[in-house]
Design a protein around this ligand. Structure first.
Ligand code: FE2
Ligand code: FE2
Length: 166
């Protein structure tokens, strides 16, 4: 594929990924304000933008490998976020005295370490039959296995803030 084609796919992938996340946040807000129908619309559009994002990713050379390769890629991405990317963002937030942003970045950094741990476990367990249920903290993104904890170990959120992943 031409380098322009690759570049434009990457641009479209990033834009659609952002749109999906943004519309999901808009849906939560609409739900909280009591607009169920509008929340449903935002969720539907969010899902559709995810369809676009995945479609572009599939077209990008080498972005989707075998599951074994994808686990390795996903593990590496979490490590990079934990060790390189978030520390830089945290440093800037500290320097600028942006407390809430520093807290969010710091919790995300800690959570990426947990994500890496779960991927590592999955790589080791790939051929075993072990079945695990995951619960995601809706405040910080921490993932618990088997049952939600009383309090999130990263952000302290209560049990009710954990969402079971189907
Ligand atoms: Fe992560
Ligand atoms: Fe949390």
């Amino acid at each position: 594929m031409s380098s322009k084609g690759e570049k434009n796919l990457a641009i479209a992938f990033a834009a659609e990924s952002k749109a999906a996340a943004r519309n999901a946040a808009f849906a939560q807000k609409a739900q909280a304000e009591g607009y169920s129908q509008i929340a449903r619309l935002f969720r539907a559009v969010s899902d559709a933008e995810s369809v676009h994002a995945r479609r572009y990713l599939m077209l990008m050379r080498g972005k989707i490998g075998s599951t074994e390769e994808n686990l390795k890629t996903a593990f590496k991405n979490e490590i990079t976020a934990n060790e390189d990317e978030y520390p830089k963002l945290i440093k800037d937030a500290v320097e600028e005295g942006l407390k809430p942003i520093e807290k969010a970045f710091s919790q995300s950094r800690d959570v990426e370490d947990r994500h890496a741990e779960l991927y590592k476990k999955a790589m080791n367990d790939m051929l075993s039959e072990r079945e695990t249920v995951y619960y995601v903290c809706q405040v910080c993104g921490y993932i618990a296995e088997d049952s939600p904890p009383e309090n999130c170990p990263v952000c302290g959120a209560v049990k009710g803030k954990f969402k079971k992943v189907a």
